[in-house]
Design a protein around this ligand. Structure first.
Ligand code: G16
Length: 562
C-alpha cells in the first residue's frame, strides 16, 4: 500500500472511532446491532466493499438494513458480483476490521489482507459500489459513513441507488455485472412481464376462476416492501392487491407486531387486519422484503391464522416445476425431445416443518439440509440444474443453472412450426418465465409473491386449497436473551448442540417424552438470543417441549436465577 492510500485511510478512519466494549460479527446476514453504534462498522464495510470490487473487477453492493429486527437496529450486508451474499472466505476479515480498536491494528489488518489477496490499492484501479438502504430513520447517517469508507480507497466510487428492498439491490448488482442496464423500472418490468407470460400460458379450459381468491391483502411490515409493491402492482394485470402497513405516516412502526417474522413466529394476524378479513388470502413481507409468508384468518372468534409458510411456498413451487418437467419429458409428436434429465433438488433447514419434508419426500424430491442463513442454502441449491430453497420463515428462491436455461431456450427456439403450442413447448416457456420472474440473486418477497399468485391462477387454487397440501406438525419457537450467543455452538446443520457440553443429552431426553417430538437450539446470527424450536404431535406437547428445552438451555448457560 502506498503512502497516499495509507494517509487517506488513517485520516478518514479517525472520523469513525469504533465503539468500545462491543464485539460485532458478520453473522447470518451481515452486521446488525443498535444503529447508534454502527457508523464505524458501516464505514469499514465500505472499505471492504471497495477492496472486493477491485479484487473481482466487478460492481459490489452494500445494503443498509436490519431486515426483520426492531426499528432501532440497523445493519449492513454485502452483495457479491453474482448478486449473492459475500463470499464466506472474506467474513473473518470483515469481523477483524469491524472489531479493530487501535487505528494501527486496523491499518495493519488491511495491509496484510491486500497483500495476501493480491489486491492492488492506491493506484489506478477503479471500484464501483452500489448502495441501497431500507426505510429505517438511521439509514441516512449510515449511508454517509458507507460513502466515506468507499471514498477512502483510491479510485472507488459509491453510487447511491436510493431506498430499495434488499433483493432489488442484489438484483441490480447481478444484472450490472452481466453487462445489462440497471434501474428500478427495469426490475419492475422484468417481474411484471414474466408474470404476464405465465398467466398467458394458463390453459384456458383448466382455469377454474371461481375457486381462486378474488383479492390478496399484503402486510408490508411498515417497511420498504409495501411502497415498492404499490409501484409494481400498477404494472400487473389480473391481480387485485391491497397493501396495508406500508409505513406511511401514522400506519405503525416497522416490524412491530407486523411483518413476516412476527406472523410466522406468533401465528396471529398482524396489526391492521381484523375480523372483516376472515377467509381472504393474505401475505406478509418482512422489513426489507426478502421474506414472504401467506396466511388466512379462518374464524372471526380470534385472530389466529392458518399459516402458509416458506415450506408450503417451497412445496407449491416444487409441485409446479415438477409438472412442467414431466410435461417436457413426454415424447409427443411435437418434434421436441427432452434430451437431458434436469437435476431438481430442494434445500431446507432444521426449521422446516417435519410434515413438509415428508410431503416433499413423497413427491420423490432430492432434499438436503443446511444451517440457517440463505448464504448456505443458496450455495447448496446452486449445485442443481433447478435448485429450490426456502427457510420456513419465508426466505428463499429458485436457482436455474446456465446450462438448464440454455437447454430450455434451445427447446423453445428449435421447435418446428407444428410443435409450437404443444404442452412441451409451453412447459419450456413456463420454466423460462419462472427463471426470469424469480430473483436469481437472493430470496425476494415481491417476485416470490407474483410466482405464487401465477401458480395459484394456473391451478385454479385458493389459499385454503393450498394450505391443505399437507398439515403442519404443531410447532413452537422461543428465544432466550443472552449476552454472548457464541456460548452455544452446533453441528449437523444445527441439529446437535456441541457446546455447552451435556445440553444435547438433556434435549434428547425431553424430546423422547413426546410422540413425533423434535427439538433443537441454535445461536441467532442476527440478534443476541438463542433460538429454540420444538415440534410434536399436539400444540400442547410442542409448547411444553419448547419450554422445557428453553429451561435446560438457561440452566446450562447459567441464566437461571438461583
Ligand atoms: C436473516 C437471514 C435468514 C435467517 C434470518 C434469521 O434474515 O437472511 O437466512 O433465517 O436472518 O436468522 P437468525 O435466526 O440467525 O437470527 P433477514 O430477513 O433478517 O435478513
Amino acid at each position: 500500500m502506498n503512502e497516499k492510500q495509507r494517509t487517506l485511510l488513517i485520516e478518514s478512519a479517525s472520523r469513525f472511532p469504533p465503539p468500545q466494549g462491543v464485539k460485532l460479527s458478520y453473522g447470518t446476514s451481515g452486521f446488525r446491532a443498535d444503529a447508534s453504534i454502527l457508523s464505524s462498522t458501516v464505514f469499514r464495510v465500505g472499505i471492504l466493499a471497495a477492496l472486493r470490487s477491485i479484487k473481482t473487477k466487478s460492481v459490489i453492493g452494500l445494503m443498509i438494513t436490519a431486515s426483520h429486527n426492531q426499528v432501532s437496529d440497523n445493519g449492513i450486508k454485502i452483495a457479491d458480483p453474482t448478486g449473492g451474499m459475500l463470499t464466506q472466505d472474506w467474513e473473518p476479515f470483515a469481523d477483524a476490521i469491524a472489531n479493530a480498536i487501535d487505528p494501527k491494528d486496523f491499518i495493519q489488518l488491511i495491509t496484510e489482507f491486500v497483500k495476501k489477496e493480491d489486491i492492488p490499492i492506491g493506484g489506478v484501479q477503479s471500484a464501483e459500489i452500489y448502495l441501497g438502504r431500507d426505510t429505517r430513520p438511521s439509514g441516512e447517517v449510515l449511508l454517509e459513513a458507507a460513502k466515506q469508507g468507499i471514498s477512502s480507497v483510491v479510485g472507488a466510487v459509491a453510487i447511491d441507488m436510493g431506498i430499495l428492498t434488499t433483493p432489488q439491490l442484489h438484483w441490480m448488482v447481478r444484472r450490472k455485472n452481466m453487462g445489462m442496464k440497471v434501474s428500478e423500472s427495469s426490475y419492475f418490468e422484468q417481474l411484471s412481464n414474466s408474470f404476464r407470460c405465465l398467466v398467458d400460458l394458463i390453459p384456458k379450459e383448466d382455469t377454474v376462476t371461481s375457486k381462486v381468491d378474488e383479492k390478496l391483502i399484503v402486510d408490508g411490515a411498515n417497511g420498504v416492501g409495501g411502497e415498492k409493491l404499490e409501484e409494481l402492482k400498477k404494472l400487473v394485470d389480473g391481480l387485485i392487491i391491497e397493501v396495508r402497513n406500508t409505513g406511511k405516516e401514522g400506519e405503525g412502526i416497522l416490524n412491530e407486531r407486523v411483518g413476516a417474522d412476527f406472523v410466522q413466529k406468533e401465528k396471529v394476524a398482524p396489526l391492521g387486519f381484523s375480523s372483516n378479513d376472515v377467509g381472504i388470502s393474505c401475505a406478509s413481507l418482512d422489513g426489507d422484503a426478502d421474506r414472504l409468508v401467506y396466511f388466512h384468518i379462518p374464524s372471526i372468534c380470534n385472530m389466529k391464522i392458518d399459516l402458509v409458510d416458506g415450506d408450503k411456498i417451497l412445496s407449491l413451487y416444487s409441485l409446479f416445476i415438477m409438472e412442467q418437467l414431466r410435461a417436457l419429458s413426454k415424447k409427443e409428436n411435437s418434434g421436441m425431445i427432452a434430451d437431458y434429465s434436469v437435476k431438481l433438488g430442494v434445500v431446507q433447514t432444521a426449521y422446516a416443518n417435519g410434515a413438509s419434508t415428508e410431503y416433499l419426500k413423497q413427491l420423490g424430491l432430492d432434499i438436503v439440509f443446511t444451517p440457517t442463513g440463505v448464504k448456505y442454502l443458496h450455495e447448496k441449491a446452486a449445485e442443481y440444474d433447478i435448485g429450490i430453497y426456502f427457510e420456513a420463515n419465508g426466505h428463499g428462491t429458485i436457482l436455474f443453472s446456465e446450462h438448464c436455461i440454455s437447454w430450455l431456450e434451445s427447446r423453445t427456439n428449435e421447435v418446428s412450426s407444428t410443435s409450437k403450442g404443444s404442452e412441451q413447448h409451453k412447459a419450456a416457456l413456463r420454466l423460462l418465465a419462472i427463471s426470469n420472474l424469480i430473483n436469481q440473486a437472493v430470496g425476494d418477497a415481491l417476485s416470490g409473491l407474483l410466482l405464487a399468485e401465477a401458480i395459484l391462477l394456473h391451478k385454479g387454487w385458493s389459499i385454503k386449497r393450498w394450505a391443505t397440501l399437507y398439515q403442519d406438525l404443531p410447532s413452537r419457537q422461543l428465544k432466550v436473551k443472552v449476552a454472548d450467543r457464541t456460548a452455544v455452538t452446533t453441528a449437523n446443520a444445527e441439529t446437535v448442540v456441541v457446546k455447552p457440553s451435556g445440553l444435547q443429552e438433556a434435549i434428547n431426553s425431553e424430546t423422547a417424552k413426546f410422540p413425533l417430538g423434535r427439538s433443537f437450539i441454535r445461536p441467532s446470527g442476527t440478534e443476541d438470543v438463542i433460538r429454540i424450536y420444538a415440534e410434536a404431535s399436539t400444540q400442547e406437547a410442542a409448547d411444553t417441549l419448547a419450554e422445557s428445552v428453553a429451561e435446560h438451555a438457561k440452566c446450562f448457560l447459567g441464566l437461571n436465577k438461583s
